[in-house]
Design a protein around this ligand. Structure first.
Ligand SMILES: [Zn+2]
Length: 449
């Protein structure tokens, strides 16, 4: 299996700093939608209306709250009791939900989008209500809530509301796709399906080993336990044709950023193809570098630095991609400032695992390797740390207004500004000069080998 460093997926950026930031005098209040306009847009204001529509929404909200409280109770009858006329596939999904490895009483639900009320003499219907279900993993961290957005429809029968449709709005949750088993190791909670004990044991052994090895190299302490989701089929997961990914969510508040909900996913189908080589272990180390990085680095660290470090600290030297005349051509295609401005390596149009993406990862490795070799690790680490130490007033004006909309490259302005500044400050170079130096360094290695 050829590994891709699609790597880390920065999750949803949650928007909890609205109010605090509104009083921040350097902040442009006009850039943000007010809370009431958010309600208006999603129609959730209906919850306060003294209309039939409002009443129906309040009643299904109540139903959903007690329904969600039964997730993880290992009793699917409890969840199915509140439903009517579900097709067998949806029923199965809900049965799996009942057996999800989530904390009992660790689920809660809130309405996200109002639905449409259809009034019938035989029974009213409320369709396409969106709700967010939040849950905590059993044996996971007590303060970390994962979430799913699901679309529900309801019918009112004899005064009682019942759920008649349950559909994913975002991707399927791992534990909706089948009965999930759980195992624990020192630093991880493994969630898996269709037991293949030999493979599970291999994953446990190698994640623990990689976690400790990477922690020693980086001299950092993590914040375990981390969930590890073992996807039995590649088609089920979002990580592309790689063997492992690490994910996290950024929460912003006035004090800065905070990272939560970190987890590792493993593509078991790809894993089985790596039985005879070290590529799984190298990928694990790469992803665990990200796990250690996330809480320490803000979302505006350039992606080449994040990925370059992940490759450097997992000894994943791909500089051979720049050898010979084809390599020279690849090297000429690299523009460091373009990498700084993007949030992902490789261009969407070329797909994951493309040559373009591979050469950008390779160049990121070379850049970090060059900086450490030339300026020493202490200076390199100080350079990285400077992003975290940037005072908020310095960047507040450029914090993207649509931080919660999942727009691409929203940190571009801040990342570019800070990278220009810190590359100059620590290495006395412009970004272009750094690019040239790394390219010369690569060409020299090529002539020497
Ligand atoms: Zn990565």
């Amino acid at each position: 299996m050829k590994k891709v460093h699609k790597g880390f997926v920065i999750g949803l950026v949650t928007f909890v700093f609205l109010v605090v930031f509104m009083v921040h005098n350097e902040f442009h209040i006009a850039d943000f939608p007010s809370l009431s306009s958010v309600f208006a847009q999603d129609g959730i204001g209906v919850l306060f209306e003294p209309t039939d529509m409002g009443k129906a929404h309040r009643e299904v909200q109540k139903l959903l709250r007690s329904w969600a409280a039964n997730i993880g109770r290992q009793n699917s009858a409890l969840l199915l009791e509140a439903t009517a006329n579900l097709d067998s596939k949806t029923k199965e999904m809900i049965q799996n939900l009942a057996k999800a490895p989530v904390e009992v009483a660790g689920s809660r639900v809130s309405l996200k989008k109002a639905g449409q009320l259809k009034q019938n003499p035989t029974g009213n219907m409320l369709q396409n209500v969106q709700a967010e279900i939040q849950y905590r993993y059993k044996d996971g961290k007590q303060d970390e809530w994962y979430s799913l957005v699901r679309s529900f429809s309801f019918v009112q029968q004899g005064g009682q509301w019942k759920i008649t449709a349950y559909q994913p709005v975002d991707s399927l949750a791992f534990f909706e796709t089948g009965p999930t088993l759980e195992k624990k190791s020192q630093h991880f909670v493994y969630l898996y399906q269709a037991p293949n004990e030999q493979q599970i044991d291999r994953v446990i052994g190698e994640t623990e080993k990689a976690y400790q090895e990477v922690g020693n190299i980086l001299k950092l302490k993590g914040k375990p336990p981390y969930p590890v989701l073992l996807y039995p089929r590649e088609s089920m997961w979002q990580g592309g044709p790689t063997v492992a990914t690490a994910s996290s969510q950024y929460y912003m508040d006035a004090a800065g950023y905070k990272v939560t909900n970190q987890y590792v996913s493993i593509n078991m189908e790809a894993l089985e193809k790596t039985a005879d080589d070290h590529s799984f272990y190298t990928t694990l180390k790469h992803e665990l570098v990200h796990v250690y990085q996330f809480p320490n680095l803000p979302p505006y660290v350039p992606v080449w630095l994040l990925e370059g470090m992940a490759m450097y600290y997992s000894s994943d030297d791909k500089s051979y991609l720049f050898r010979g005349s084809v390599g020279k051509q690849r090297l000429n295609e690299i523009v460091l400032s373009k990498l700084t401005a993007s949030e992902q390596l490789g261009e969407a149009a070329y797909g994951v695992n493309s040559d373009k993406q591979q050469q950008e990862y390779a160049f990121s490795y070379c850049t970090v390797q060059y900086l450490v070799a030339t300026y020493g690790e202490t200076k390199f680490k100080a350079f990285v740390q400077s992003y975290s130490d940037t005072p908020w007033p310095e960047i507040a004006d450029d914090i993207p207004a649509d931080i919660h909309r999942g727009k691409q490259n929203k940190w571009e302005k801040i990342t570019t500004k800070l990278t220009d500044k810190y590359v100059k400050q620590y290495f006395g170079l412009t970004e272009k000069q750094l690019e040239e130096k790394v390219k010369n360094h690569i060409s020299q290695m090529d002539t020497e080998s």
